[in-house]
Design a protein. Sequence first.
Length: 344
Amino acid sequence: MTATAPPWPRLRNIGSVQLLTQLGTELGLTVPQCLQGTGLDVMALADGQAKVEAAQELQVVSNLLAGLPGQPLLGLLAGRRYQLSRYGIWGYALLSSASLGEALEMGLRYLDLTFAFCRIHAREDASGRWLVIDDRWIEPSLRRFLLLRDSAATARIQRELTGLRQPFKSVRLTLPAPPDAQLNAYTEAYGCTPQFDAAETMLELDPALLARGLPGDNPAIRQACEQQCHQLLQRYRARDGLAGRVRELLLDGGATLPDMPTVAARLHLTERTLRRRLDGERTSFRQLQEETREALAEELLRVPGLSLEEVAQRLGYGEVSNFVHAFRRWKGMTPRQFCRSARA
């Protein structure tokens, strides 16, 4: 692994370990072989709501690759199993979105609730609109498998949302071209034959599809799902690395939210070192501060007798109008509207 902390949360749902173990046993491995070195057993797999560490899932991947060396398409076979129903509340949030574009935005916002180890982000340039699949933080020995798994799983999700066999206009993979006999498997997984030896792994989006409405569009369900996604993601991230320690200090800051110099001093770090180390965890002090403000805002608004001015001050806003603007961005309503809905 690289020296910096990996960008994915330490904890995740056990669902992916279940899928990978099922794949391994279908291809001839035993459950103990699949789970070797993870500390998990067959009884752990029976609990669909259990949480595992990312390192445990990576160990399962390593076990599959060691036990099935003659399976060059293993990543594609795995990726095609990740249907939306496997993702729990994240999957329902996408299905209830108004359009494919909205589902894409929602999915990327809560990417850390998925099983992806590759980082996925949207890009728009002169050549088109793309989903970029970035595998740079993954151990080299696992990189090919997880690049294929995560990109094929993304294609599977797009297929379910659009109902189209070819959900992307084109696909580019950084991997070398496979033997001709394996090409059909790639075409089946992505809906088109990829371009190989590309500089980056990218899936080309169709702008016309992004605007298309989805049959499951339901604003009420979508709002409820997004709220649950947000809460779940906060729990996953709460105690990860330095970012977790910063969150704790922000939450325990006393009468007002502490600023960066104060947090850095309490961690016995310079501001520059704090900024660099948070960047290594793929976050920033500003992002952590914003997440903390959003979480605290709901709690403070439920406290009887606290005025908007007092809430804004506690959260570090010099002007109430700035707090109102931020809250509307977070929740799609003003603080007063939120208070009325909370009392209803």
